[in-house]
Design a protein around this ligand. Structure first.
Ligand code: ACO
Length: 311
């Protein structure tokens, strides 16, 4: 690359300013962004499934309206992110194909089943809470289209988090049976939520370079700590116990000490051996096949419009 272009790239990063699609960028920077943004987009789309599972069994019209809005928001997030990824020169078709053939990842968390309606609340509280913790700093990521997509996504994620917390609060004010459902759900989701932040910094191959490029603004362990510190008082207010015997306040660090998730389980889930991996991809493939006529119709319509315009 021309030295002036390299200099422009580095000066932009040094000012904490944004790199835009037409700017020159190192190929490895581009590839890292495609990897991370695609993984993020796929997570939003696959993430519709665990909760979509409960749409037809919501306990009231109000709960159904909330859940429907939330699942639709996730589709929207996937679309903004696919668009951001396309500005890097990768087509939506290619991204979809890589998801369906397992060549690109999506978040481990969505490979766990949703077994009760309390899971809708827990996913809002813990999973969307973890997503916010990870995504608020990404609003300042160095790549313009990604950072701008994150701003809107974070606003919607705050609504998701609060609807989940409010659902759990309502159940905690209900019967003993409802309280037990909430606790059982929190017991299942706590550790997988901690895994969402990725492997410990010492085992994270990408963090160093991604921080140097301003793609990531915090390390995996920093954000995991922030999430634990944020969740403990919320758990107390709810009246649930977090399933970690090592969890305690450390006066010296002014932060909570906590136990390690089962990293073997994490690796297995990322490899494709989690409880629902096969089901999630199979469902996604079927939905994609069922949508073939929509894509064909849209393509035919676009071609006809183009023909009419050139006439
Ligand atoms: N699930 C699946 N794969 C993961 C996870 C996870 N929870 N955490 C890390 N990985 C993968 C990484 O993608 C990487 O794999 P790859 O190199 O083959 O792509 C590998 O494990 C090693 O991890 P890191 O070196 O730490 O990777 P990275 O620097 O990309 O950090 C992180 C991972 C923190 C998830 C980062 O990519 C990120 O912030 N992504 C954007 C947020 C996001 O994707 N959220 C999706 C879930 S939230 C939601 O959708 C509601």
């Amino acid at each position: 690359a021309e030295p002036a272009l390299v200099e422009h790239f580095e000066a932009t990063l040094a000012r904490h300013d944004r790199i835009e699609p037409r700017d020159w960028m190192p190929e490895a920077y581009r590839a890292t962004l495609v990897r991370q943004i695609a993984q993020h987009a796929h997570s939003e789309i696959i993430g519709m499934q665990p909760e979509g599972n409960w749409l037809t069994r919501a306990p009231s019209l109000r709960r159904k309206a909330i859940l429907l809005a939330k699942v639709q928001d996730e589709a929207g997030h996937g679309l903004y992110l696919y668009s951001a990824c396309e500005t890097l020169g990768t087509s939506r078709r290619e991204l979809t194909e890589k998801l369906l053939t397992g060549r690109q990842k999506y978040s481990s968390i969505f490979n766990y089943p949703t077994l009760s309606y309390a899971d809708v609340g827990t996913i809002g509280w813990l999973v969307d809470g973890a997503a916010i913790c990870n995504q608020v700093p990404l609003c300042r990521t160095s790549y313009g289209p990604y950072g701008r997509a994150m701003i809107r996504i974070c606003k919607e994620e705050s609504f998701h988090q609060r609807q989940g917390y409010e659902l759990l609060l309502t159940m905690m004010r209900g019967t003993d049976e409802q309280r037990a459902m909430v606790q059982e759900s929190v017991d299942r989701f706590w550790w997988p939520a901690l895994m969402m932040f990725g492997p410990p910094d010492a085992d994270s191959p990408n963090t160093g370079q991604s921080m140097a490029w301003g793609i990531k603004r915090n390390t995996n362990d920093e954000l995991r700590q922030k999430f634990v510190d944020m969740s403990v008082p919320q758990a107390e207010a709810l009246g649930v116990t977090l399933p970690d015997p090592d969890l305690r306040w450390n006066e010296e660090r002014q932060a909570h000490d906590f136990g390690q998730p089962d990293w073997d389980e994490f690796r297995a889930v990322v490899r494709g051996d989690g409880p629902c991996n096969a089901q999630r991809i199979e469902h996604r493939r079927r939905a994609h096949d069922d949508g073939a006529w929509v894509r064909a119709a849209a393509t035919a319509f676009a071609a006809r419009q183009a023909g009419e315009e050139s006439r």
